[in-house]
Design a protein around this ligand. Structure first.
Ligand SMILES: Cc1cc2nc3c(=O)[nH]c(=O)nc-3n(C[C@H](O)[C@H](O)[C@H](O)COP(=O)(O)OP(=O)(O)OC[C@H]3O[C@@H](n4cnc5c(N)ncnc54)[C@H](O)[C@@H]3O)c2cc1C
Length: 471
């Protein structure tokens, strides 16, 4: 059986090697050919097709510790899979021992302390489901099938970011298995340097097995959803987005996007596949106030569809799930923006008109608010000058269309990059984006992260990520 060492050297594993791992962990261990192996190694982005030598489906922290020990004793490359949603496929590596945490999905809520403890294999929807029982929520992302661990260690933003900052700003503690297979606690009181690194520096410093999030009263009912217009209305709709978002209260998050209309039941059949512009809104305060705040959107021009209504917050968190299915091919280019300029809106319209697939989109996310009020070095996510995120999101089906769609995304990005703050989001980096893009994401924090890496992972055991070399 072929495998890889930490340094990437090809080795062959003895037939009996996996048995040692099987006896030391409670969850199942798969090798190529086993039922379960394919499911375990498959990630969201079908562009990624990598084959680990071993996949260990951990059932708890003890399994993670045992698997790390095993990897160290046998000098095996390690990779960590949470939700498997990383666009660059960082969760899987050829020849590695993959720690698949997807069975670790427990969530415990302490409503009095307003803290949720979530196991690291949770998807965002798992956490929302449990916290909403108490009318509480933390800051998570826009698609409920994304993994909490990758999202949190890379930063994280969603509908509540304007009120409470990056997801990682809302972490109060983490349980972490280190490169030398010890379980430690990371919080502002314990191992504060490790805690700092894990709140935005990616999976470089240890394997998180549990995350404690601060919770806030949200919902259960909010006002949220979508309004769409034909793309011919885009100049006016994007101007509305620009002006409304600039003065929107923190409870309101606005997202604008352009794409070919999906075959959604709330859009007229004759518009399916036709270019549209849409606004996605979520008002997470009182529904009565929310209805007033979103009225200018609902009454703007002649929408072709409007599902911006009172709805459960947990449902809002799943609204986009069907548009981002596992198994399509994806390539993204992304930048932080300091503001929305009219000239940028013109570029959005120009490049949306050149979309080459029924699924691709140009998206503007609003994130301005709480994150801008914290000090630049509050966490490694930095980018405290970012007020919007531009995502040029290529999505298509066949491998033969890779070139066309990747070229579309790259050309649009080149043209819109001048509007950037100069920073980009670590968690939106696609395969093939070089170290200069990690630098654009982590900026000045990189030096401090390299010191933390040298202390907690001097041999760079955790390297299948946006890697930071130990100082
Ligand atoms: C459809 C879609 C929608 C998205 N929407 C948002 C959004 O709204 N907001 C946002 O901020 N991001 C969003 N993202 C980006 C998302 O944050 C990243 O893709 C993130 O990596 C997903 O986490 P995961 O656990 O699924 O990652 P995986 O692919 O499982 O893992 C990726 C990497 O994360 C690290 N990692 C994973 N688990 C652990 C762990 N337990 N301990 C330490 N490191 C770990 C490792 O380095 C690993 O290689 C979205 C992605 C997709 C595909």
């Amino acid at each position: 059986m072929r495998a890889k060492t930490t340094e990437g050297r090809e080795i062959s594993l003895k037939q009996e090697t996996p048995d040692g791992l099987k006896t030391s962990i409670r969850g199942p261990v798969f090798v190529p050919g086993d039922a379960g192996y394919e499911e375990s190694r498959t990630v969201w982005n079908a562009m990624i097709d990598r084959r680990p030598a071993l996949a260990a489906r951990c059932l708890g922290t003890a399994d993670v510790i045992a698997a790390v020990k095993f990897a160290r004793e046998n000098d095996l490359l390690l990779c960590i899979k949470g939700g498997g949603h990383n666009i660059a496929g960082l969760a899987v590596a050829d020849g590695a021992l993959m720690l698949d945490l997807s069975l670790m999905r427990g969530v415990w809520v302490d409503p009095a302390a307003k803290i949720a403890h979530a196991q690291a294999g949770c998807l965002l929807g798992d956490v929302d489901r449990e916290t909403q029982v108490h009318g509480l929520a933390t800051v998570l992302g826009f698609v409920s099938l994304t993994g909490i661990a990758g999202l949190t260690v890379g930063g994280g933003f969603g509908y509540l970011t304007r009120r409470w900052g990056w997801t990682s700003d809302n972490v109060v503690g983490m349980d972490v298995v280190t490169a030398d297979a010890r379980l430690v606690r990371a919080s502002s009181d314990e191992n504060a340097d490790l805690f700092w690194g894990l709140r935005g520096g990616g999976g470089n410093f240890g394997i998180v097995t549990g995350i404690d999030y601060a919770l806030y009263p949200v919902g259960p009912e909010i006002v949220g959803g979508l309004v769409a217009w034909p793309a011919s209305e885009a100049p006016k709709v994007l101007e509305l987005y620009r002006t409304l978002s600039a003065k929107a209260p923190r409870e309101l998050t606005l997202v604008a996007f352009m794409r070919p209309a999906p075959p959604a039941p709330w859009l007229p059949k004759e518009m399916h596949g036709q270019p549209i512009v849409a606004l996605l809104a979520c008002y997470s305060g009182s529904p009565a106030e929310g209805e007033k705040v979103v009225a200018p959107i609902k009454s703007f021009g002649k929408p072709i569809g409007d599902v911006l209504v009172r709805r459960p917050y947990a449902q809002m968190q799943m609204l986009l799930d069907a548009t981002q299915p596992k198994g399509r091919r994806y390539y993204w280019k992304s930048e932080y923006l300091p503001r929305i300029e009219p000239a940028l809106c013109e570029k959005v319209i120009e490049h949306a008109a050149k979309i080459r697939s029924p699924y691709s989109a140009v998206i503007l996310f609003q994130i301005e608010g709480a994150l801008n009020r914290l000090a630049p070095d509050h966490s490694p996510v930095g980018n405290r000058d970012a007020r919007y995120v531009l995502n040029i999101a290529g999505s298509w089906e066949g491998a033969e269309e890779d070139r066309t769609n990747i070229d579309w995304a790259r050309e649009a990005w080149k043209d819109m990059k001048p509007f950037s703050t100069g920073g980009t989001y670590l968690n939106f980096l696609s395969e093939g984006e070089g170290p200069e893009r990690t630098e654009a994401a982590l900026g000045k924090g990189l030096r401090r992260l390299a010191d933390i890496k040298a202390k907690w992972d001097p041999e760079n055991v955790f390297r299948t990520n946006r890697n930071i070399k130990p100082a």
